[in-house]
Design a protein around this ligand. Structure first.
Ligand code: ZN
Length: 232
């Protein structure tokens, strides 16, 4: 299987969300259309738990949105659904309905439980982005396990069927993978600047999409840059 996992954050117009960690809805639409033209199907992170790697010739793209910002939860689903795709939104349960305090002065509103349930019922996945959004590698094993477990509990108490996890800042260590697995979650997402290869499912690589990434830049980031790196 040829699989690409993309990592987005906010999805809004520049005058409202700026450029930092943002992708405009129009740009997201052009990305989705590109994959449709190339005969890619979408898949969700939770699908990796049921090993779709046997589908040798299929091409899959996975759209993920870290932090479950209001802008992403409101603007990305209509874009993806218009081409028959769905995405995954990673929520930080202790701050749902509040704002991304870890962003400091650039904090933006985070989706409410009602909004998360609404997109889940439309077929999107909502995942675990830890309870408080820490740098996981700076915590010991027990603290990391607690981050995953508390988040799982609060997500489930609020009706979310959590089946995958995503590391804040893409930061992880061996204990992050072990604690994620031991919290009962078989799929984890890091950042890795390359398509999915033969990594374990608890540490799948994603390509970060930035504000100015139109389709040619996206092609470069997904397929050209990893090859250039290998040659170095
Ligand atoms: Zn995050």
């Amino acid at each position: 299987m040829k699989a690409v996992i993309l990592c987005y954050h906010k999805v809004g117009i520049e005058s409202e969300e700026g450029r930092w960690l943002n992708c405009s809805p129009e740009n997201l639409m052009s990305h989705a259309n590109f994959f449709v033209r190339r005969n890619f199907n979408y898949f969700l992170p939770k699908d990796f738990a049921h090993s779709i790697t046997s589908e040798r010739n299929s091409k899959r793209v996975c759209f993920t949105f870290d932090d479950a910002y209001v802008s992403a939860v409101q603007n990305a689903p209509p874009v993806l659904e218009s081409v028959g795709f769905r995405g995954c939104f990673y929520a930080v349960p202790s701050l749902v309905g509040m704002s991304s305090l870890w962003d400091g002065e650039r904090a933006r509103p985070l989706a409410t439980w009602a909004e998360l349930l609404r997109i889940q019922s439309a077929g999107h996945e909502v995942g675990n982005h830890t309870f408080t959004h820490p740098k996981m590698s700076q915590l010991d094993y027990d603290e990391q396990l607690r981050e995953w477990q508390l988040a799982n509990e609060m997500l489930r108490d609020n009706g979310i069927e959590v089946q995958s996890g995503c590391f804040p800042y893409g930061d992880w260590c061996h204990d992050t993978l072990k604690s994620l697995r031991n919290s009962g979650i078989p799929v984890g997402l890091q950042l890795g600047k390359r398509p999915v290869g033969d990594e374990p499912t608890v540490c799948l690589p994603r390509v970060i999409v930035s504000f100015s990434d139109r389709v040619p830049k996206l092609i470069y980031k997904i397929w050209v840059r990893p090859k250039l790196r290998r040659k170095q």
